[in-house]
Design a protein around this ligand. Structure first.
Ligand SMILES: NCc1[nH]cc(CCC(=O)O)c1CC(=O)O
Length: 311
């Protein structure tokens, strides 16, 4: 625990979804744990992305959309930091902002959620599976080409409600979201990485603030989890080289053992007919280079052509 010269409260800009609020409260409690004299407040706000919930994300501008309004609040001095699911954070940051802590990763894998079938393998021919993620779609289609994959939008609770109402035989969600919202019991089957490689940064929470807020940047350093941060940096470097923008059929997953980092990447056609994989292993100190190497190997196999048809 440390004392801090911070005299004003730290205000966390956050979206109002249950998951966003959980993450903001988590960062609040981490800050209070490390700096007991600090006062931390949440500044919940509606973003454009929340208001257009029925439009597929890809069509309304994708990943950057949720974040912009939180950044405006920080620029206008209404908030000091913003908390994000790393998988929703674009690779390129707006000039005035940076990512100054990545907290310890929760379970990074996708989850199969069903009220009737215990595993993906147990689904009958042609079963209806809900997901709007091109990454999940292409990998599930490769594994089970017979399934009927249908669009599924909304926050975690909305998606579960649609499953419970019988609109789908199963849905695919991130395990991390369910665990954080106290719904780990809804995970019917954790989906291993060899069936569905997670999204870049899945399960990790990142903290953003203005580049000129040096006092705050120093303070946030305590909340950074080194191993998570290195893994996510490798995954994001891969995405950066692939120019993986908004909603893309890209998976990336890095692990660290001792000082060695292994990263596997995937780019796939949404219909599941062609999936490219590559991986690299090396010193964790070369995280970003290894991520870039995997991207280059994917590009060499033709990933650029697949991605170009989607933009
Ligand atoms: N795309 C929405 C989103 N962004 C972050 C999570 C939760 C998991 C995480 O923190 O990575 C989810 C829900 C989901 O994909 O099921």
């Amino acid at each position: 625990m440390s004392t801090t010269a911070f005299s004003r409260p730290i205000r966390i800009a956050t979206r109002k979804s249950a998951l966003a609020l959980w993450q903001a409260n988590y960062v609040k409690s981490q800050l209070e744990h490390h700096y007991p004299t600090l006062s931390v407040e949440l500044v919940p706000m509606s973003t454009q992305g929340d208001k257009i919930l029925d439009t597929p994300l890809a069509k309304i501008g994708g990943k950057g959309l949720f974040i912009k309004e939180l950044e405006i609040a920080m620029l206008e001095g209404r908030a000091d930091i913003a908390v994000h699911s790393m998988k929703d954070v674009p690779v390129a940051f707006p000039e005035a902002f940076g990512l100054y802590a990545i907290c310890e990763r929760e379970n990074p894998f996708d989850a199969f959620v069903s009220n009737s079938y215990s595993t993906i393998d147990a689904l009958p021919q042609g079963a209806i599976v809900g997901t709007s993620s091109l990454r999940r779609q292409c990998q599930i289609r490769r594994y089970r080409p017979d399934l009927d994959i249908r669009d599924l939008r909304g926050n975690v609770n909305t998606r579960l409600a649609k499953l419970d109402a019988g609109q789908y035989d199963a849905i695919i969600l991130a395990s991390a979201g369910l665990i954080r919202l106290d719904m780990a019991h809804r995970i019917t089957q954790p989906i291993p990485a060899d069936i569905s490689l997670p999204a870049v940064g899945q399960g990790a929470v990142g903290i953003e603030c203005r580049n000129d807020d040096q006092e705050l940047i120093t303070l946030l350093g305590k909340l950074n989890h080194d191993t998570t941060s290195i893994r996510v940096r490798a995954e994001r470097a891969m995405n950066a080289r692939l120019e993986g923008g908004c909603q893309v059929p890209i998976g990336s997953f890095a692990t660290i053992s001792e000082d060695s980092l292994t990263i596997t990447g995937m780019v796939g056609k949404p219909d599941g007919t062609e999936l490219l994989f590559a991986s690299a292993t090396g010193s964790a100190s070369r995280a970003e280079e290894l991520g870039t190497e995997v991207a280059d190997a994917l590009l060499k196999q033709g990933a650029g052509k697949i991605l170009a048809t989607l933009s």
